[in-house]
Design a protein around this ligand. Structure first.
Ligand code: NAP
Ligand code: MG
Length: 402
């Protein structure tokens, strides 16, 4: 059988630990036999990032921008323990943080529903989609640990040299200080991306901040969302029969837990980090969720929402075949290939991506799945597969239907 040809390449960003192991298996078993893959490869494994002083991460981000589509494996964000484990030169910043800051934009995370896994929040009838702002706030912070009494100030020096200065705290003893920022342009493109998503998917859009406490910072988010909505989307939303709803973040959390789902929940960067894991695990598993970064200039980066699954990797290193769920990694690949197909006008590639997704879900719905899902499945799983068996079985189904 002739392999499917690609017109243009995608940027491929390899990662760490268990997800790196599965990445190679997915490429070998699910992609290479069917598609003549065109990809520019970047090794974002922790050692390679450290060796290159993160040059590789910036190169990869630029390649995603140039090619328009990227697919990324999960990567380790280094900390003191990793520094020791990997004998690093320095603590490297989060690669996701770097890439998101380079691309700007919004991360959309959507649960992957299967019939035999019910959401643990029983009132959620439809998938709840999360839109996470991917720029700034605590992810691009500046911190100081102070060793004794002193005055902490917030200073802004304008381009013309004049200053705005405010006292944060007269500190009576040691403590910590943090400075964060965001940009109107980034908030506006976040708002626009969320409203466009609402229109294209025909769902309501919810947004929440803590503007009662953070009147200036969070207040700005609220204001820009409302301005953007009134200026560009009000009429279109009315026509489409969908709504924009703003509330406080704590109220939003309470309402989400009693909702039927089926809307887009727009979250600031940190809220989105925390809430997307809650939504994912309440919808079944962290591995049953798609994640895509959409930049304001129409660049797409597909990834898994979970981490490198370190605990499983250590078992793998001892020779165990783990039952790590590769669905989010598979869907990162199919998402990227489908977007490439859409941009290039290659329907064969689009059909292939769809087929892989369909066969992955059909396999799970037939009762064969990885251990994490077997704990939740109803009716009970008929077979619990390790990751290698699971991927082989999908490949067999795809080949049979090809
Ligand atoms: P994690 O990799 O998300 O795994 C946490 C736990 O969730 C696992 O131990 C496992 O539970 C379960 N799990 C996650 N993904 C799974 C899958 N595909 N199949 C089955 N179970 C799954 O988080 P972590 O272990 O806290 O973090 C490991 C590394 O990932 C860290 O170095 C962190 O920096 C990095 N990280 C990267 C990203 C990213 O690149 N996008 C995101 C988050 C974290 P059980 O052990 O109970 O089976
Ligand atoms: Mg996270």
């Amino acid at each position: 059988m002739a392999k499917i040809q690609m017109k243009n390449a995608i940027a491929e960003l390899d990662g760490d630990e268990m997800t790196r192991v599965l990445w190679a298996v997915i490429k070998e078993k699910l992609i290479a036999p069917f598609v003549d893959l065109k990809a520019e490869y970047f090794d974002l494994g922790l050692k390679a990032r450290d060796d290159s002083d993160d040059r590789i991460t910036y190169e990869a981000a630029r390649a995603i921008k140039r090619l328009g589509v990227g697919v990324k494996c999960a990567t380790i964000t280094s900390n003191a323990a990793r520094m020791e484990e990997y004998k690093l030169k320095a603590l490297t910043p989060s690669p996701n943080g770097i890439i998101r800051a380079e691309l700007d934009g919004t991360v959309f995370r959507k649960p992957i529903p299967v019939k035999n896994i019910k959401a643990t929040v029983s009132c959620w009838e439809k998938p709840l989609v999360l839109g996470r702002h991917a720029y700034g706030d605590v992810y691009k912070n500046c911190e100081i640990a102070v060793d004794g009494p002193g005055k902490a100030e917030l200073v802004f020096t304008r381009a013309d040299g004049t200053e705005v200065r405010k006292t944060i705290m007269e500190m009576k003893g040691p403590g910590v200080i943090q400075g964060i920022h965001n940009l109107d342009a980034s908030i506006r493109s976040f708002a626009r991306a969320c409203f466009l998503y609402g229109l294209s998917e025909h769902v309501d859009v919810w947004f929440a901040t803590k503007d009662t406490i953070s009147k200036t910072y969070d207040g700005r988010f609220k204001e820009i969302f409302q301005q953007t909505f009134d200026a560009e989307f009000k009429d279109r939303f009315e026509k489409a029969g969908v709504e924009y709803f703003y509330t406080l973040i704590d109220d939003a959390v309470a309402r989400v837990m009693q909702s039927k789902g089926g809307f887009l929940w727009a979250c600031k960067n940190y809220d989105g980090d925390v809430m997307s894991d809650m939504v994912a695990s309440a919808s079944g598993s962290l591995a049953m969720m798609t994640s895509v970064l959409v930049s304001p200039d129409g660049v797409f980066e597909y990834e898994a929402a979970h981490g490198t699954v370190q605990r499983h990797y250590y078992k793998y290193l001892k020779g165990e075949k783990t039952s790590t769920n590769p669905v989010a990694l598979i869907f990162a690949w199919t998402g990227a290939l489908a977007k490439r197909a859409e941009l290039d006008g290659t329907p064969e590639l689009a059909a292939f991506a769809q087929r892989v997704e369909r066969e992955t879900l059909a396999l799970i719905e037939s009762g064969a799945m990885t251990g994490d899902l077997a704990k939740l499945a109803s009716p009970k799983a008929t077979e619990i597969l390790d990751s290698w068996q699971f991927i082989d079985r999908i490949a067999e189904r795809v080949a049979a239907g090809a």
